[in-house]
Design a protein around this ligand. Structure first.
Ligand code: FE2
Length: 299
């Protein structure tokens, strides 16, 4: 074997190892997932998390899909668990480990229906609502076995409601968990929007599902809702700019003071807006309206 053959062999071998590492990271979500079980996590949370992993591992996906799923849902889920814990700490007594535990269980399971949707090759909630689907899967797979019935009811309600139009018809405790998961989910969606948006696999996959136009304009319906402190209807989104403002307007749906504080501190709205080149007058007005709403006095 001469020098160039040896060099080729080394390069090929190194690439193979790198690919194998990359693929193994994608194939086995457990490696990404299990380390999040930390000292102090209750046995119940660990059991539920293991059942969740077992379920998602039982679904088969192609390599490309796994890469999207890792960014789209697994990382999102893990961040939502952390955010849920932070928000739960802000509303429950510091020593209320049960409250923290329930919030984290809801966090880890909240998008389980998305995995089934992806497995069915559809991310559309119009065809099959992923909140409802998640509740059905959790029941079908006995994921909450061992949890008291009233807590199971709270968990299932929060998961069912996390992607719906807001309702405040629940009892105090259930409402609190509904608010926590909805806020945690939105805060992480702001983060995803900001994080290398144009290049992440989520954006690419969403563009296939939701092909918005490149036109540089904010649709009047979305502008109008924002100026009246209202959420817009998703059907009003026509352009990529609409998509961004539709998401920024989620601030109007945030319920907890701690969530508002995180959104302000992380400057998510500022960063999403900053990504828009040459914003016109309507865009600037809409952005300023949302910023004004975010000011500490609005809650
Ligand atoms: Fe979701």
């Amino acid at each position: 074997m001469d020098y160039s053959q040896l060099l080729n062999f080394i390069l090929k071998y190194t690439n193979m190892l790198a690919n194998r590492w990359k693929v193994s990271k994608m194939i086995t979500p457990s490696k990404d997932f299990l380390p999040t079980i930390r000292k102090g996590d209750t046995e119940m949370y660990q059991t539920i998390a293991a059942r969740f992993y077992s379920f998602i591992d039982s679904l088969s996906f192609s390599q490309e899909e796994k890469e999207i799923i890792n960014v789209l849902k697994l990382e999102h889920t893990l961040r939502v668990v952390e955010l849920s814990e932070i928000l739960a700490k802000s509303v429950f007594d510091e020593n209320d480990s049960e409250g923290m535990n329930t919030a984290k269980i809801i966090g880890v399971l909240h998008d389980i229906g998305r995995w089934q949707q992806m497995h069915n090759r559809s991310l559309s909630d119009t065809d099959s609502d992923h909140g409802e689907m998640g509740v059905a899967l959790i029941i079908e797979n006995n994921i909450l076995d061992g949890i008291p019935e009233n807590t199971q009811h709270i968990i299932l309600t929060a998961i069912r409601e996390h992607n719906k139009k807001y309702s405040d018809e629940f009892d105090g405790m259930t409402q609190m968990f509904v608010d926590i998961i909805r806020d945690a989910d939105k805060i992480d969606n702001f983060f995803v929007e900001v994080k290398d948006y144009a290049n992440n696999p989520l954006e690419k996959s969403m563009q296939k599902v939701l092909p918005f136009s490149d036109e540089h304009r904010l649709s009047h319906d979305i502008y109008d809702c924002i100026m009246n402190n209202r959420l817009a209807d998703s059907s009003a989104r026509k352009t990529k700019i609409d998509f961004k403002f539709f998401k920024m307007a989620w601030c109007y749906d945030i319920k907890l003071a701690k969530s508002m504080e995180i959104i302000r501190e992380k400057q998510y709205i500022h960063d999403i807006f900053n990504d828009i080149q040459n914003p016109d007058k309507a865009m600037i007005q809409a952005y300023e309206k949302i910023c004004a709403y975010l000011m500490p006095t609005s809650l």
